[in-house]
Design a protein. Sequence first.
Length: 160
Amino acid sequence: MSANQAVYPVRSVSRVLGVSPSGFYAWRKRPPSKREQADDMLTQEIQKIHQNSKGTYGAPRIHAELAEQGWHVGRKRVARLMKAADLRGVSRRKAPRTTQRQAGATPAPDLVQRHFTASRPNELWVADTPSIENKKRGTLCVQEPNMDQNVLRRIPHDKL
């Protein structure tokens, strides 16, 4: 309401929001609550820890650091205050590696000369085995032969 006070009258905005104008003015004069004051102190401490870590610590590490210092706060509260203060940790995960051919290696010969049609069953079998990672159930491999058969096989996670 304060942000739009220059554009819209307080009485109109309060009627739309279902609050009384006197309640808005009383709220505006009210001092910050104990929770707000504690959040401000905690945010300052979070900013110090984040700065000391050169901006690398995220909510879990900052939460652990606060616990070492004797602060009893939840990780989600730390994450909420970090988000409000626009603080983020840095992910140190490596980028996924893709398969790269060795220098000088020769590719497999193209035995079908890129012609993937067959005139009768069992004349030509072509397969593609893409794998789909699934953390709970393992890797799913799909094999698709050329003629009328689709084979679907799941490899259990413990067999990978």
